[in-house]
Design a protein around this ligand. Sequence first.
Ligand code: ADP
Length: 522
Amino acid sequence: MQKLAPDFDFLFNNLNKIAYIFTDPVHFGPVNQKMADFCDRKISELEGESVAEILNQKKVESVKKFNQNIFKEGLRQSAKMEIEINNQLYTIEVDTIPHHNQAGKVDYLLCLAEDITAELEKEKRFYRNKKRYSSIFKKAPLAFVVSDRETNIIDWNEKAEEIFGWKKEEVINRNFNLIVAEDSYSEITEVIENVFEGQKSYNVNKNIAKDGSELYCEWNTALIKDKNDKILEIISIAQDISEKIESKKRIQNQKEELKYSELRTQFFANISHELKTPLNLIFSSLQLLEYKIKNTEFEQKNNFDKYLGSIRNNGFRLLRLVNNLIDITKIDVNTFQLHRANFDIIELIKSVVESSRDYLEAKSRNFRFETSLDSEIIACDPFNIERVILNLISNAVKFTAEGDEILLRIEKEDGWIKISLRDTGIGIKKENQDIIFEQFRQVDQSFNKKREGSGIGLSLVKSIVEMHGGKITLDSIYGMYSRFNVYLPVETIDEKTLTAESYSADSLLDKVELEFSDINYI
Ligand code: ADP
């Protein structure tokens, strides 16, 4: 066994490393306490013994070869080696240093080893984590922006490319402000300052993409520090919440719109009732006047009749407008109610036609009514069906000229009663055929100056027909004809909200006068 000088012995035993000596390629010379501890042996159990004490045969062979080579070549070498102690695998890194005697021959090998098992494990874990996180970083559904202490971008992922439109290589080394809308600069600076001070890192910001479009992002920012608390990087994670913000704004607008429309509805309801009261007074005074004048003979009586006629007609026009406004308002707020019972629709329409005949003749329209049906009982609200038909007829008169033809036809078609009204008037352009059913829509304002109206009629007609479970369609060729088709379902009801007896066609003439007041105006 090799003898050591006392001071070398001291050094050897106090080394902070596993140390041992090979006196030949397989036999240990002195070993230090650290080596003994590592191998879970006593020093005496190792010193002078073969390396086979701690290694299996295969490993012994490779150590032998390794050492033989150093004995021969005399060159220091390092190697990593796996070693099993008490059924546990360790990795050591061994630095093997040959000692040359005075004759220049290698007489022993000093081995300094370090147990690097834990370090290796840490490294492996680090690489595993790095791999895991880098794939998260790359593929995450959130934008990751990594910047340095000066907020210069040093990395960003695919989602960031997608949201902000810049490729990674285009943003590297550019300041974070590149993606911040100008009016949010100061906010961002504040956020970064707060993050540096360790405060909360959540904020919503207006950002800007490469193409100049603005977007809203929700940001979470964190600092990456080293062991000594030095800031290495700033990681900011963003989610594009523009849609969320937009829909929030939309909901807010809708709420405001709803509030406004409720106010408007309420206003219409109030004003309409307010208008009806004076109108009723005018009508009752008018009736009295008409009665008095009828029974009195005096000069210029004809003139008076004309003026009274004008008051009456214009009164009706106002009343019609008010009634329509009230109903359209009720329809808007779902308080409009039909009073339906089972009625003979053919008879109902025939009486509307009869009541309108005088007007149509007075206007020199060539009016025809055709049907092969004698009687069809369906559930309907007779007052409102009258309004629908009168409205369509009065429009037909309004938009035709003297001598034009107006044809009203009733047919039965696939479970529907189809009432069509065709006129050979000015027709309606294709692009206007849908909008005329909308509230307050009139096609050609300048043109309509000659024709009075409010643009409510057809929307009311459509609503009434639809509330009957029916539909209204239009076909027209501009300059040639218009045909409105009203379809009402052929069905009866058991539960009536109106008794057939309570309806009488008596007041129909007044209604005709009312509905025709726009065309008849003086
Ligand atoms: P108005 O009270 O103004 O007549 P309507 O809702 O009844 O309102 O009609 C809306 C618009 O539809 C009219 O202003 C007119 O432009 C068009 N219209 C309705 N009926 C006819 C028709 N028979 N021929 C041509 N245009 C029509």
